[in-house]
Design a protein around this ligand. Structure first.
Ligand code: PMP
Length: 390
């Protein structure tokens, strides 16, 4: 049954309410947008559109002020107050953000024999930039060793024993994912901090956590947060990097090089306002409850195998909760066929490639991913369909 709160929020997504026969279960790929975000784009483009950081007329000044406000807003949203957004720069998304940390910030800080921790079974966007850093440095005669952070199926978190073994005196940097894009659990980021110590910068790929659960740079004690606007109710081709320390070589914290995506930045501010007003804690309670409702029943359907964190472990164990993401396979039906069958019944899911590094045979799977606009009724309807495919 829908709570009144959720129904009110759902009604703010015109693409959802406008298609009552369709169910959008692909929010981990990109989210839908509330009216407030659409309105912010329209409002900006019809009242103030100009280039930012230049020009001495009201539209340009308003645009510059809007971008500055957006940087403060991102900092605030992440619990970093009092720095006036000085650690924030805008990107085209998480992939570009991670690349910018790797290339513009990290490369110049590593020396021969240094080691960095990187996740080997997460999204490729959080592996390839670090491999590129390693390649670039090798051309300069500097050898950097990548130590892998393996994911552990049973707990749904990184393998802490492997983490302890991989972290050492030469560790200079750690790249970590907050919520896994295939398995859906949130990683215990504080454990990474404990393993690497207070002085090693940690870069958090928050692509799947921003908008799904509170992300506080103080609580998590990380040095970079990288995310995509489009997965957090804002527009495609937008994202941001928050950095605790912006003094790295050639980093471009909030600079005015190039023309920023001003309409996208206006949308991002509106999305963060919307999320704060809705309450990320409440959103997290809603989406984790829906996810649990889905996995609890799917788990009992024998042809399906849920990937990642084992939901059968007793409640209260160290199993991480799933944040709106469930990936599974059918014993007999190939994932692209299953995706096609689901769509023929109106369900939009991700089928097949999930961009996971080192995935190998795991590539063939179906991912169902939710956001605040999804309902228990939609979840139950999908389960009923999956039951008929046994
Ligand atoms: N990291 C993770 C964990 C992701 O899920 C994604 C998107 N699927 C990305 C990075 C890349 O995000 P974008 O496509 O917005 O650059």
């Amino acid at each position: 049954e829908l709570s009144g709160w959720q129904r009110e929020l759902r009604e703010q997504f015109p693409i959802i309410t406008g298609h009552p026969d369709l169910v959008y279960f692909d929010s981990a790929a990109t989210s839908q947008k509330p009216r407030a975000v659409l309105g912010a784009v329209s409002e900006y483009l019809t009242t103030s559109n100009a280039n930012a950081g230049r020009g001495a007329y009201p539209w340009a000044n308003r645009t510059t002020a809007m971008v500055e406000r957006a940087r403060r807003r991102v900092g605030e949203f992440l619990g970093d107050t009092g720095r006036e957004g000085s650690g924030v720069h805008f990107t085209g998304g998480t992939t570009e953000g991670l690349r910018s940390v790797a290339r513009d910030w990290l490369t110049g800080l590593l020396a021969d024999g240094d080691e960095i921790l990187v996740p080997f079974a997460d999204h490729r966007a959080n592996l390839e930039p670090w491999l590129e850093t390693q390649r670039l440095l090798r051309l300069q005669g500097v050898t950097v060793r990548l130590r892998g952070l393996p994911y552990q199926e049973v707990s749904g978190d990184y393998d802490h024993r492997a983490l302890a073994a991989a972290a050492g005196p030469r560790t200079r940097f750690a790249a970590v994912t907050h919520v896994h894009h295939v398995y859906g659990g949130d990683m215990d980021v504080r454990r990474i901090r404990e393993a690497v110590g207070p002085d090693v910068p940690i870069c958090l790929d928050a692509a799947q956590s921003i908008g799904h659960l509170p992300v506080s740079v103080r609580e998590l004690d990380v040095d970079f947060v990288v995310f995509s606007g489009h997965k957090a109710l804002a527009l495609p081709g937008t994202g941001a990097v928050w950095a605790r320390d912006t003094r790295g070589p050639e980093f471009r914290p909030g600079g005015w090089q190039g023309t920023p995506n001003t309409a996208g930045i206006a949308a991002l501010t509106a999305a963060l306002d919307w999320l704060d007003a809705a309450g990320t804690e409440r959103i997290a309670r809603w989406t984790t409850a829906l996810t649990a409702r889905f996995t609890d029943r799917l788990h009992r359907l024998s042809p399906y195998e849920i990937l990642g964190c084992q939901a059968s472990l007793p409640a209260g164990s160290a199993v991480r909760r799933r944040h709106g993401i469930v990936t599974f396979r059918h014993r007999d039906i190939p994932s692209d066929d299953l995706g096609f069958i689901l769509f023929s019944h109106g369900f939009m899911v991700r089928a097949d490639s999930l961009c996971q590094a080192g995935a190998g045979d795991r590539e063939g799977a179906v991912r169902v991913s939710l956001h605040v606009y999804n309902t228990a009724e939609e979840v139950d309807r999908l389960l009923t369909l999956l039951e008929t495919l046994q």
